[in-house]
Design a protein around this ligand. Structure first.
Ligand code: SAH
Length: 785
């Protein structure tokens, strides 16, 4: 068995007794001599590794005594013996650290102990920078002088040869300590923030508390030069003077936790989490912690998102260094649109305005044009009382002056008509453009297009300009331009290109209102028009019902909508995707006309409208009535969806594998005679038939009649299937034959698929029945076809 005995000053009787009988005694030369250990039982301690080899080689039944100076727990030997897998007993003693603190009568339950035995002093220096009371176990090649140079504002207690007759304890300023030339080994150094009589040092470290309104204390936990640079960058961006915790994170994070209101950890998220976990107390008092990755790409609030201020800090870091804040708290998944991601140019105090937006404080919207904004929460409006921030939508270069934090958004609303002599340099063209814009206070960012005459479409100066601006060059033929009524026609121009105006006429041809008539310099002309604000109407297909069959495009349209309108159950299906502030109008069955009218009206008023339909919006749905009702003055987009027949086809197998038709059995909008005519045609053509709106509570006669018509030309074994609530939680599938089929299986939420003469059932490898209409491939075995 191995026994490690500590000692300070005096060897105990127990140590002496064991030394007399042990097979091996390990210790310093002087103590081995004092214990009277014969050379063959001695292992002289200097380096640990050879000593460990001797210890390891000893018979486990023999006693081995290791004499360690101070407390063995402050000595690498116990660690090394245990890690080597040996059993060990430890007899404690007064450690040099305890003795040093005792020498200056300082309690040390609040101290930090850092060993610099065989290690560089960096960790100790870093710890002492932020901790008021640090004991450093020095080593021969790094000691008090180095500490004093690095920590010029600290007081040093140098305790040398503790327990020895020549023990000495000195209290020194940094200046004195750095100039020492008589340091004796071994020694321990206490690095103190003040003299040992300082009451603040005697009192226990107070828990973190801060006067309300005081600037929060920010600390960076760094561990590499790169992290230090990043911390500098963050501080500069935030305009704060932070604290640095540079060194062993396991020591320093708890320190930072006590001293800071906000901690930026430059360690990995996992490492930070492990260190933070044991410190967590309450989200009200814990500091906020933000982890910034090595590359500075992400700022992740780990704890204290709200009360701790970590979300806010992550956002500010994001803006400061171009990192993405990864916010996971509920209000930040709030789904609020980011002002800088609308696709419009922006300028101003994005952070300030976003803050107000998120905090639910009143934000004023000022629009100089009716360009639709994305949905904004209730606190944002054009008549906000006592606003704390402002969003200005304008194509003017400057927002009207205001003391409020402001974000200016520039919609693409300007059209610039231009003409020029052949070969005019881009610089000349650009100069005219920027001069004209700035003379009229207009924003370059709002330019949506450059327009001109077709003969100038290849003009190199124009091509370069539109490339630089990132806008299209749109050209019109001379005769179309000649037809425009313009304020500044020119006979000279007409003589050259066949129209009296290029710049003004092309602006008008593009549908814009002329706001700046023709301006010119030596070689170019320029006129500016403003496009009328256009609302937008998206007719959005939601698919059969399950979220994974809702297309990405549909989701985008829903998120951008300020107004969502549709039949109640469809609206319910996607309600969660609507952003806060989106108006929602869920209408009843049979109010299609009112629904369409409401959607168009809102779009005309400048809103982003989503009119939602189940399945595809053009299949027995709202796209046709919308387009028919007239969409003057608005932009219309049809967003396709997975229609019921496709969803049902996939569930059944491949019934639509060859020519097929869809028919609606609803005679609400179609004369029944017409429907019958088409049923006959489908029967004649031997088409697979998908029957939409097959049967309602009141329309029970139609389905049997339809099957009668189709059955007249198809055998009784013809497959027929019904799928109710396809892709919804209550999905139900019934596969049958014309002979056995019961119309009662069908309701309004069903789609009926009647096979053609070639449609058949097959069994899958999993033993399931599937409906298949063969494609008549020549290579398929005939008996199966
Ligand atoms: N625009 C829709 C069709 C609207 S007509 C689309 O493209 O799917 C309404 C009819 O569609 C219903 O009576 C039913 O026959 C069919 N239908 C729509 N969704 C369905 C679903 N999930 N399961 C089964 N049938 C559905």
């Amino acid at each position: 068995m191995i026994h490690v005995h500590g000692y300070l000053g005096e060897l105990s009787q127990a140590t002496r007794d064991l030394a007399a009988t042990a097979a091996l005694v390990v210790g310093g030369r002087r103590h081995l001599a004092e214990l009277g250990v014969e050379p063959e039982r001695q292992v002289v301690l200097g380096a640990l590794t050879p000593a460990l080899e001797r210890i390891g080689a000893a018979d486990p039944n023999d006693d081995v005594l290791v004499v360690a100076s101070g407390d063995p727990g402050f000595h690498g030997i116990v660690r090394r013996i245990r890690l080597a897998g040996h059993e060990v007993t430890v007899s404690p003693a007064v450690s040099s650290v305890a003795a040093a603190f005792a020498a200056v009568a300082l309690p040390w339950d609040d101290a930090l102990v850092v060993s610099a035995h065989g290690k560089p002093l960096d960790a100790a220096i870093a710890a002492a920078r932020w901790h008021r009371k640090v004991a450093v176990l020095t080593s021969a090649d790094g000691g008090v002088r180095e500490l004093a140079v690095a920590l010029p504002a600290r007081t040093f207690v140098l305790a040398e040869r503790l327990g020895e007759p020549d023990e000495r304890v000195r209290v020194l300023t940094a200046e004195q300590a750095s100039a020492l030339d008589d340091v004796a080994e071994p020694n321990v150094v206490l690095v103190l923030d003040g003299v040992p009589d300082d009451p603040g040092l005697i009192a226990a470290e107070a828990p973190r508390d801060r006067a309300p309104g005081a600037e929060p204390v920010v600390g960076h936990l760094v561990g590499s030069p790169a992290a230090c640079r990043r911390a500098d960058e963050i501080d500069a961006a935030l305009g704060v003077a932070s604290r640095r915790y540079d060194g062993p994170a396991a020591h320093l994070l708890p320190l930072a936790w006590r001293e800071c209101d906000l901690i930026v950890s430059h360690l990995a998220l996992g490492a930070t989490t492990r260190l933070v976990a044991p410190l967590l107390r309450s989200k009200v008092t814990d500091p906020g912690v933000v982890v910034v990755d090595e590359a500075g790409r992400f700022a992740v609030p780990l704890v204290g998102g709200h009360a701790g201020g970590a979300n806010d800090l992550a956002r500010r870091i994001g803006e400061g260094i171009g990192a993405t804040p990864v916010l996971t708290t509920a209000t930040d998944a709030l789904n609020l649109p980011a002002l800088d991601t609308l696709g419009w140019a922006y300028s101003g105090d994005v952070a300030g305005v976003t803050r107000a937006l998120i905090d639910g404080r009143p934000v004023l919207v000022e629009k100089t044009s009716g360009w639709p904004l994305p949905p904004l929460p209730e606190n944002v409006s054009s008549d906000a009382d006592d606003p704390v921030a402002r969003i200005v939508v304008t194509d003017l270069a400057e927002a009207p002056a205001s003391a409020l934090p402001t974000v200016t958004l520039h919609p693409k609303s300007l059209v610039v008509g231009m003409g020029c002599n052949r070969g005019t340099d881009i610089a000349v063209i650009r100069q005219l453009l920027t001069d004209t814009l700035s003379e009229h206070g207009l924003a370059l960012e709002s330019v949506a297009a450059i327009t001109t005459i077709d003969v100038k479409a290849g003009e190199i100066g124009f091509l370069k300009l539109v490339k630089d601006l990132g806008v299209p060059l749109i050209d019109y033929p001379a005769d179309e331009l000649a037809g425009q009524e313009v304020p500044t026609p020119s006979a000279l121009v007409e003589g050259h290109v066949g129209t009296p105006s290029v710049s003004e006429a092309s602006v008008l041809a593009h549908g814009a209102e002329l706001i700046v008539p023709k301006q010119r310099n030596t070689d170019a002309t320029c006129a500016i028009g403003r496009l009328p604000a256009r609302g937008r109407l998206s007719v959005v297909g939601l698919g059969p019902g399950s979220r994974d069959l809702l297309t990405q495009r549909a989701q985008t349209a829903l998120r951008q909508a300020t107004f969502i309108v549709g039949y109640g159950p469809y609206v319910k299906q996607i309600r969660d995707l609507a952003r806060p502030g989106t108006r929602i109008y869920a209408s009843k069955m049979g109010t299609e006309e009112a629904r369409t009218a409401a959607a168009i009206e809102a779009a005309r008023a400048g809103e982003n409208v989503a009119l939602v339909c189940g399945g595809d919006p053009a299949i027995y749905a709202m796209a046709s009535p919308v387009l028919e009702q007239g969409t003057e003055g608005i932009d219309v987009e049809i967003v396709p969806g997975v229609t019921a027949s496709l969803a049902v086809s996939a569930i059944l197998g491949a019934p639509l594998g060859h020519d097929h038709v869809t028919l609606s059995l609803s005679d609400l909008h179609t004369d029944w005679n017409n429907i019958e005519k088409r049923l006959h045609a489908a029967a004649d053509g031997d088409f697979v038939v998908a029957l939409y709106n097959p049967r309602s509570r009141t329309r029970t006669r139609h389905l049997p009649r339809a099957l009668e018509i189709l059955g007249a030309q198809r055998g009784p074994d013809t497959p027929i299937a019904v799928v109710q609530q396809a892709c919804r939680s209550r999905q139900k599938v019934l596969m049958s034959t014309l002979a056995e089929f019961k119309p009662e299986w069908v309701d309004m939420n069903s789609l009926v698929v009647v096979g053609s003469s070639t449609t058949k059932y097959v069994t899958t490898g999993g033993g399931e029945l599937r409906m298949v209409t063969p494609r008549d491939y020549a290579w398929m075995p005939k008996e199966n076809a």
